[in-house]
Design a protein around this ligand. Structure first.
Ligand SMILES: [Zn+2]
Length: 260
């Protein structure tokens, strides 16, 4: 998320959307989650990543922008904010994955100005080829009527990077060898078709989100830790709503692409 985003819209499939056709991937050995901003991955897939980490998956993170727009304070020291948000992201990754936390990489593009350019794509190709994930997660770049350009750009970058990472003649000097992940899961999905049961990991997702203390005011509408109850309840309600049609106490939903 970033400042002025009203919160991630609930990804409930509407009547015209395709139905959910797949549920609960086998926990992968390695996962790579790519977000536009610090905290996006925790919002979109935190419960799923926490569940996989408990099952033994190494969870890597890559954050595309520096998060420098993530404040409502007009006098904020933005260099200090960037540093703080990177520390928060590292803490969130630890909380999400505990002993299975992998790398946390930062592309440090200017918040709000991310473009799906070749230089950024190469850095994600490098991450895929070096970290060799079985599952890659990212924003759905085709979510209709989404305004935030960074989420759209980050999603496109992930899709484009998978194509380049898997084929040996793309960017031959980048990374140790080409690598083809088995699955791509897109969160904030326009047409979700895959559900993950996160009933057992809601608390871990919330704990990871709480690591983003600089975002309490702008994203979570809370003054401090003691004021997070309403935010937590909104997240719990949303996950319950996503799970209910599938008989789950809580769920995260995705667009799954496995023909990579
Ligand atoms: Zn964001």
């Amino acid at each position: 998320m970033s400042a002025n985003e009203p919160g991630q819209p609930a990804a409930v499939a509407d009547a015209a959307a395709p139905p959910i056709t797949s549920r609960d991937l086998d926990p992968p050995t390695v996962a790579l989650a790519v977000g536009a901003h610090p905290d996006d991955v925790e919002f979109g897939a935190g419960g799923t990543l926490a569940k996989w980490a408990i099952a033994g998956c190494t969870v890597h993170h890559l954050v595309c922008t520096d998060g420098s727009k993530g404040t409502w304070d007009v006098d904020a020291d933005l260099a200090a904010l960037v540093e703080r948000r990177e520390a928060e992201q590292r803490a969130a990754a630890e909380r999400l994955s505990s002993q299975r936390a992998g790398e946390v990489r930062f592309l440090r593009r200017v918040d709000g100005e991310l473009e799906p350019d070749v230089d950024a794509r190469i850095e994600i190709v490098r991450a895929i080829r070096e970290l060799r994930p079985d599952v890659v997660l990212g924003h759905d770049p085709w979510k209709r009527y989404r305004l935030h350009p960074d989420h759209r750009a980050a999603g496109l970058l992930v899709c484009d990077a998978i194509v380049a990472a898997r084929d040996p003649h793309f960017f031959t000097d980048v990374g140790p060898a080409h690598h083809r992940p088995s699955h791509l899961l897109l969160f904030e999905a326009d047409a979700p078709d895959h559900v993950e049961d996160v009933s057992a990991t809601i608390d871990r997702k919330l704990d990871a989100l709480h690591a983003h203390e600089s975002q309490f005011e702008s994203t979570m509408h809370a003054a401090d830790h003691s004021d997070l109850g309403a935010f937590d309840q909104r997240i719990r309600d949303r996950l319950a709503g996503l799970g209910e049609p599938h008989g789950l106490a809580a769920a995260e939903v995705f667009k799954r692409i496995s023909d990579l």
